[in-house]
Ligand binder design. Structure first.
Ligand code: TYM
Length: 332
């Protein structure tokens, strides 16, 4: 059976970008067609300035939202990364496979480290090694497919390179995975800055729709989205990134095609109004289910405990095999 692994980082509240680019597909199709694991990757949240209490809170919230979005523990494994030691164990071995040059070339590292230095902050070493831990997340489970948004493609490419290199040097150990992307909305853009990705860790929130935003807030954010000069509703990501982004979001909500939808609208206002309503309706059941689940933290804890046990059992044989292959003496 196909093995699927993906994750979400608790560095902020989950956004519409996370949902359309990744989580919705995990719930709608991935968990039904494969042996799937979905992880709140809390270790990754420590790579930038963080508040310990907030990371803990956001980890629980992310796990609750994954369940609210429809992940079913009877169908898939939902767990928290730090509950399974195998991720960190494998990460070290993969650090001995990766080079500092290839990590320094990662786009997200370049962007985030430049931003941190410009703000006078130091750059944590773990920000550089982040993609290696991500590779460990994926390779520990013999993953075939990694359903992600566009921004993770380069990290999955690195994961493939590391798997191939390790296998060539030390003998076949890892499955070489591939990324899968959604047909539309693989990169949802910020509503106020449509040339930048909608990211949960950004400071300004007016351009970001959070999954737990109240309907009125969602409407306001979308109605105030920056659109482009001119009046024609056209799907042109280069020339009209704001309008194209709204068309992508609407198409994703309606399982439609953004180019065809462009022909339906005669004004930006009408497009915004329909997009706002479509997003409100898309998120309504997630918000409602989240409220129910948040009232029962014992249930979420139990799901995470069982998920971690299952995940551990799946990861251990592969990680043990990698330790043996690279030359470490078995513990007996
Ligand atoms: P993270 O937490 O930034 O995002 C979680 C998922 O949401 C997707 N995504 C988006 N898709 C479309 N438009 C957007 N604006 C948008 N923003 C985020 C991401 O592509 C991702 O699929 N490094 C990962 C977490 C991770 C991981 C892994 C993923 C750690 N280990 C192993 C897969 C497999 C990250 O930061 O995702």
């Amino acid at each position: 059976m196909t093995r699927i692994f993906s994750g979400v980082k608790p560095t902020g509240h989950l956004t519409l970008g996370n949902y359309l680019g990744a989580v919705r597909r995990w719930a709608a199709t991935d968990q039904h067609r494969a042996d799937a694991l979905f992880c709140v990757v809390d270790l990754h949240a420590l790579t930038v300035e963080h508040d310990p209490a907030r990371v803990r809170r956001l980890s629980r919230q992310a796990a609750t939202l994954l369940l609210a979005a429809g992940l079913d523990p009877a169908l898939c494994t939902v767990f928290v990364q730090s509950h399974v030691d195998e991720h960190a164990r494998l990460s070290y071995v993969l650090e001995c496979t990766a080079t500092d040059g290839e990590l320094r070339r990662m786009i997200q590292y370049k962007e985030k480290s430049v931003r941190a230095r410009a703000a006078g902050e130091s750059v944590r070493l773990s920000l550089l090694t982040y993609p290696v831990l991500m590779a460990a997340d994926i390779l520990a489970y013999g993953t075939d497919e990694v359903p992600v948004g566009d921004d993770q493609t380069q990290h999955v490419e690195l994961t493939r390179d590391l798997a191939v290199r390790f296998n060539q040097r030390y003998g076949h150990t890892f499955v070489v995975p591939k990324a899968t992307r959604p047909a539309v909305a693989a990169r949802v853009m910020d509503l106020q800055e449509p040339t930048s990705k909608m990211g949960k860790s950004h400071g300004a929130t007016a351009g970001i729709v959070y999954l737990l935003d109240e309907p009125e807030v969602v409407r306001k954010k979308i109605m105030r989205a920056v659109t482009d000069s001119g009046r024609e509703v056209e799907y042109d990501r280069e020339e009209k990134p704001g309008v194209a982004n709204l068309l992508d979001v609407l198409a994703a909500c309606e399982d439609g095609n953004p180019e065809e939808l462009a022909g339906v609208y005669e004004s930006y206002g009408a497009l915004k109004k329909d997009t706002a309503e479509a997003v409100v309706e898309l998120l309504r059941p997630v918000r409602e289910r989240h409220a129910e689940l948040a009232a029962d933290p014992g249930y979420v804890d139990q799901v995470l405990k069982e998920g971690a046990e299952r995940a551990r059992g799946m990861a251990r044989p592969t990680v043990d095999a990698a330790y043996r292959a690279i030359g470490l003496l078995p513990a007996g």
